[in-house]
Design a protein around this ligand. Structure first.
Ligand code: BGC
Length: 371
């Protein structure tokens, strides 16, 4: 079978040929891959800044956002059956017996750093014909979500953030529904890429008055999605962060999905009382920036603020993402579909990686592409 792969040593990106994997233990599941999404991490890997092949290989098969169809299961598998649609998880546990996170099935909080990630770090990804994995890394998805299920993995980032925001805000004893002062929870999403827009959907759905702040002009396909779901798109060309803060009022949550440190720290100054600032983007290491640290520390203390970094996602976030994607699909079918700009056959997998355009581009692996 063919696969889209990167050779970090040779600095090239091309189609390779691989043997079809087989089930070798009772708890394994074989998936026929249907679609793989391309994201910023894939671009980083294909610019050779990131990404490690599995041991014994010169290349790494790409792809970590995906959906497949179960074609075969080991004798002990109970989570899925052949014919089911399923999304495999990205991160695999580390082998360290002392890593309490991985030993608890929460490799997204791995302490040792020896986790492996499909299509990113020491494990081949999903941009190929078939994949075999242990059932506890496989999440079944309702068949009616087929056309958008490839968005589950990028949505898990927001879901993991929301789970943590809810845990943190349990410190506020009045909760969000029985608030005696009728305080509306307000969120600002920084960045209008797929992670930002899916995050905005999750926040609107969770009842937040949501602003999406990004550098694109007011009228563009990204702002159309934001406005269609009932968020308010605010362009950084027309509105400064200070103006955004006075427009929004007390900002309870900032969901950063741009990987731009300068803007993030400017926005941190606008975080409201009792607010949580969530960073999900990984900035490229550049020149040091200057920040008003005294002022930020002052606000953090005097306004009970929390800064939270979050990466990857656990089983709870996958389940929440699958559930919420169904909700978004019923509530905003056109906006959700509009996140997917174009579908490419595997022969052309380099195009969406190198010629960045649209919102989310997908590689189709449904057999028509010859995989
Ligand atoms: C993926 C995560 C992964 C992270 C770091 C992201 O693009 O969505 O699952 O943990 O990259 O490698």
């Amino acid at each position: 079978m063919r696969a889209g792969a990167v050779f970090p040593g040779k600095r090239k990106v091309e189609i390779v040929s691989l043997d079809e994997p087989e089930i070798t233990s009772p708890h394994e599941v074989k998936l026929r891959m249907l679609e793989v999404g391309v994201c910023g991490t894939d671009r980083e890997i294909c610019s050779f800044r990131h990404g490690t092949p599995p041991e014994g290989y010169e290349f790494l098969v790409l792809g970590h956002e995906s959906v497949g169809e179960v074609v075969e299961t080991g004798s002990g598998v109970s989570r899925v059956r052949p014919g089911d649609l399923a999304v495999p998880m990205v991160r695999h546990s580390c082998p360290d017996p002392g890593c309490v996170a991985c030993r608890s099935g929460r490799q997204d909080f791995c302490y040792s750093g020896n986790f492996r990630e499909r299509g990113i770090k020491q494990l081949h990804g999903f941009m190929t014909g078939f994949v075999v994995d242990d059932e506890h890394y496989i999440h079944p998805v309702p068949g009616e979500l087929r056309e958008v299920a490839v968005l589950v993995e990028p949505l898990t980032i927001a879901e993991k953030a929301l789970i943590q925001i809810n845990a943190i805000q349990r410190r506020l004893p009045w909760g969000s529904t029985s608030n005696p002062t009728d305080h509306r929870n307000r969120a600002v999403v920084l960045g209008a890429g797929p992670v930002g827009l899916l995050g905005a959907m999750a926040l609107v759905n969770a009842g937040f008055e949501t602003y999406v702040y990004s550098r694109e002009e007011e009228q563009n396909p990204r702002s159309d999605v934001a406005n269609a779901i009932g968020a308010k798109y605010v362009s950084s060309h027309a509105t400064t962060i200070r103006q955004l803060a006075s427009l929004a009022g007390n900002i309870d949550v900032v969901y950063e999905a741009a990987g731009a440190s300068q803007t993030s720290f400017e926005l941190l100054e606008a975080l409201g009382t009792d607010g949580v600032f969530v960073l999900t983007g990984v900035p490229r290491h550049g020149e040091p920036i200057s920040i008003d640290a005294d002022r930020l520390a002052h606000n953090l203390v005097l306004k009970n603020q929390v800064i939270l970094g979050t990466v990857n996602a656990g089983p709870d976030a996958f389940e929440a993402a699958i559930r919420d994607l169904g909700v978004f699909y019923r509530r905003w079918p056109d906006a959700l579909r509009a996140l997917i700009t174009r579908r490419y056959p595997i022969e052309r997998f380099c195009e969406p990686i190198f010629e960045r355009s649209g919102i989310k581009n997908i590689i189709v692996l449904d057999g028509k592409s010859g995989c």
